[in-house]
Design a protein around this ligand. Structure first.
Ligand code: 13P
Length: 354
């Protein structure tokens, strides 16, 4: 295992002011995003959607890497001149790849396990050849009075650790993503329940990573923020979420981990930005945390731009400006420098956030 190369990649992904774009929606999920703007789920439309984001001029200032779905990693851009991965590398953006094969019902409790370990070393070797230098594996956990169950935590964390080890042996940085679902049907858990469940899962995960000999300096953690479920009627403030999340990380994440890159999980775009911003302000007040806190957002980076685009050629420039603006706001949040008044206007020269 080349620890130095892994560390360099991991550090570059969380370099100051930068975060990750999660554009690795499976074909089915990409179809839902396209349907929301009245487009069919064809390969050309998926390519056009990805091209809109990836060819946004200036985004590389805020985006260090992009997580891709397998189809996109091997795909050419709309102009047919280069593959997406080649184009990204030319702009200093690191291509990544979602390697898990999705969720399966596996427990009497209704909880799910993540599949994808079969043949993974061979797939990783191919992804490396195509330019991928980091990967993602997502496990999901529901929170109730009795969940997540011990069996679900043990199995999913074991798979995350085995995936992480295989990645590192293939010179690919693993992102380990244990997602606490905040927007699953019926998710009515309180922030305190989210806190307890997240600590439990993180502790189990890092124990497994240690058992499997995973090098933490070459790992990124992609956690959920500690936040109540959508259906919870006990309100919390932005400060509560930020404080509880920082406290949870300090309690459950070893200092050697290279970085923490949050998922947005169904939060509104600006809410995800605000939470990250306050966490970084708290970190600074506390004299720094062992790891950079950044973003690996899917919906919270892409949603607004997708609506601005609507599949229309004449709306492309506006959609790209919308995406660039969101990326810039989140970049500011990684330094604790975001303020709501910077939301007025868009980038590409017309931006009030400059
Ligand atoms: P969201 O930010 O939309 O939650 O997506 C991030 C992700 O990669 C989920 O696996």
């Amino acid at each position: 295992m080349d620890k130095a190369a892994l560390k360099t990649t991991a550090d570059n992904l969380v370099k100051s002011g930068k975060g990750i774009l999660a554009a690795d929606e499976s074909t089915g999920t990409a179809g839902k995003r396209l349907a929301s703007i009245g487009m069919d789920n064809t390969e050309d439309n998926r390519r056009a959607m990805r091209d809109m984001f990836f060819s946004t001029s200036g985004a590389a200032e805020y985006i260090s890497g992009v997580i891709l779905f397998e189809e996109t990693l091997g795909q050419d851009r709309v102009d047919g001149k280069h593959s997406f991965a080649t184009d990204m590398m030319a702009h200093g953006v690191i291509p990544g790849i979602k390697v898990d094969k999705g969720l399966e019902d596996a427990f009497e409790t209704g909880e799910k396990v993540t599949n994808g370990l079969d043949g993974l070393p061979e797939r990783l070797a191919g992804y490396y050849q195509q330019g991928a230098r980091f990967a993602k594996w997502r496990s999901v956990f529901s929170i109730t009075d009795t969940l997540p169950s011990a069996a679900c935590i043990a199995e999913n964390c074991d798979r995350l650790a085995r995936y992480a080890k295989m990645c590192q042996e293939a010179a690919i940085v693993p992102i380990v993503e244990p997602e606490m679902l905040m927007d699953a049907s019926g998710a009515g858990h309180t922030i305190d329940q989210a806190y307890a469940a997240t600590v439990r899962v993180h502790k189990a995960l890092f124990k497994k990573l240690e058992e499997h000999g995973v090098y933490l300096g070459g790992v990124l953690l992609k956690p959920s923020m500690v936040i109540e479920g959508h259906a919870c009627d006990v309100c919390t403030t932005t400060n509560d979420v930020a404080e509880m999340t920082v406290k949870c990380l300090k309690e459950s994440v070893p200092a050697d981990v290279a970085g923490v890159v949050f998922l947005s999980g169904g939060q509104a775009d600006t809410q995800a930005t605000e939470h990250l911003n306050i966490m970084n302000q708290i970190a600074e007040k506390q004299g720094g945390l062992p790891w950079p806190l950044s973003f690996s957002y899917g919906r919270a980076l892409q949603g607004e731009a997708l609506r601005a685009w609507g599949g229309r050629e004449d709306a492309l420039e506006n959609a790209r400006a919308t995406f660039l603006h969101r990326a810039k706001m989140n970049s500011l949040a990684t330094k604790g420098l975001y303020t709501a008044d910077k939301e007025d206007g868009l980038c590409l020269g017309k931006c009030a956030c400059a």
